[in-house]
Design a protein around this ligand. Structure first.
Ligand code: ZN
Ligand code: ZN
Length: 347
């Protein structure tokens, strides 16, 4: 049986499992509209997850065939994975912010070997040892095509325009652009009175942007075809302040559980990142590559125990923090270093 929670006021959530992932599940939200039910996110593309979604919709007195539309917070496979199947079964439209839609479009067009080559080059430039880069080069050379999730995800039909109300009959759902975790991440603000009259301004579907107990991954926006120097952590911190100012009565995130007092969660996350940036500056009294910085940063377990794929994520997180420090003028690249190293700028 799918776990269904009724949040009142025509909003329910379904716990859709994510296989082999410590997060456990995605909270897929079901929003009633006058033209039929609409989903906020869909879940991971896996047979068990699909069955859970289908059964959950039936437990809600509807069915996947009845779905009228799909609103996607961001393109990651635990949110957008099942969107294509839902559209096939129902004829529903899929809406996504343009920045994430273009990632979906490019991922569909990019050959897998190109990704391996791009990742290998990026890691080498970040100072990764040859032993770490070698498996990527081998995979590219062998043309091995272990399908990576998200490379064939559904192209959306509609664009989510920041600041605008979505076209939902009888509901007021406004898109709030919250880049950082991905460039086109959106939160969706349900501008309606809270069903239990909790104080605050409506309810916020927060995707991965604002979660009650964990911080979302902030890396660089990976794109083999775009050399723009972005600052995702800076985007994320600005986006946090944006949703803090909304002061929703309740937050309905895509993982973990609903919570209230968004402004205090926002303050905690801002303080967390500020402390982390300060901690990194003290490491950067010695010039370090992003890889060396990642090795020295604090993670949920010692570096030696962090598996291969998670190390890549850790390095991109270190790079996002370095970007931020460089942008703030608190760190700088060491001229002539190769791979490039960074050091703190003495005040
Ligand atoms: Zn995500
Ligand atoms: Zn997620």
């Amino acid at each position: 049986m799918t776990q269904v929670t009724d949040h009142g006021g025509g909003v329910r959530s379904l716990k859709v499992p994510i296989p082999d992932n410590p997060l456990g599940h995605t909270l897929v939200h079901l929003l009633d509209t006058d033209r039929g039910p609409v989903l906020v996110d869909t879940g991971w593309d896996d047979p068990e997850s699909w069955d859970t979604l289908v059964n959950g919709l039936e437990a809600c007195g509807t069915s996947v065939a009845e779905i009228h539309g799909v609103v996607i917070t961001h393109h990651h496979p635990d949110h957008h994975g099942l969107s294509g199947k839902v559209r096939e079964a129902s004829g529903a439209w899929i809406a996504m912010h343009a920045a994430d839609a273009s990632i979906v479009r490019r991922s569909r067009e990019t050959r897998q070997e190109r990704w391996y080559g791009y990742m290998a080059e990026k890691l080498r430039a970040a100072g990764a040892p040859d032993a770490h880069v070698a498996p990527l080069l081998a995979a590219r050379a062998s043309g091995r095509t272990r399908t990576m999730p998200g490379l064939n995800s559904a192209l959306p039909d509609r664009e989510i325009v920041p600041g605008e109300l979505l076209d939902l009959a009888g509901r007021r759902l406004r898109a709030i652009w919250t880049p950082g975790h991905t460039p086109g991440h959106v939160c969706l603000h349900l501008e309606e009175e809270h069903p239990a009259q909790l104080p605050g301004s409506g309810r916020l579907f927060s995707g991965d942007h604002l979660l009650p107990e964990i911080t979302p991954h902030i890396g660089l926006y990976e794109d083999p075809d775009d050399a723009t120097v972005t600052d995702p952590l800076g985007d994320y911190l600005d986006s946090l302040e944006r949703v803090g100012r909304l002061a929703p009565a309740e937050v309905l995130p895509a993982h973990q559980h609903p919570f209230t007092d968004a402004p205090s969660r926002v303050r905690e996350l801002l303080a967390h990142h500020e402390a982390r940036l300060t901690g990194l500056l003290s490491l950067l009294t010695t010039a370090l590559t992003p890889w060396q910085l990642a090795e020295r940063m604090e993670w949920n377990r010692p570096w030696e125990q962090i598996p291969y794929g998670s190390r890549n994520i850790a390095v991109s997180e270190a790079e996002a923090h370095l970007r931020r420090l460089v942008k703030l003028g608190r760190a700088e690249a060491v001229t002539g270093s190769d791979p490039v190293t960074y050091r703190a700028v003495s005040a």
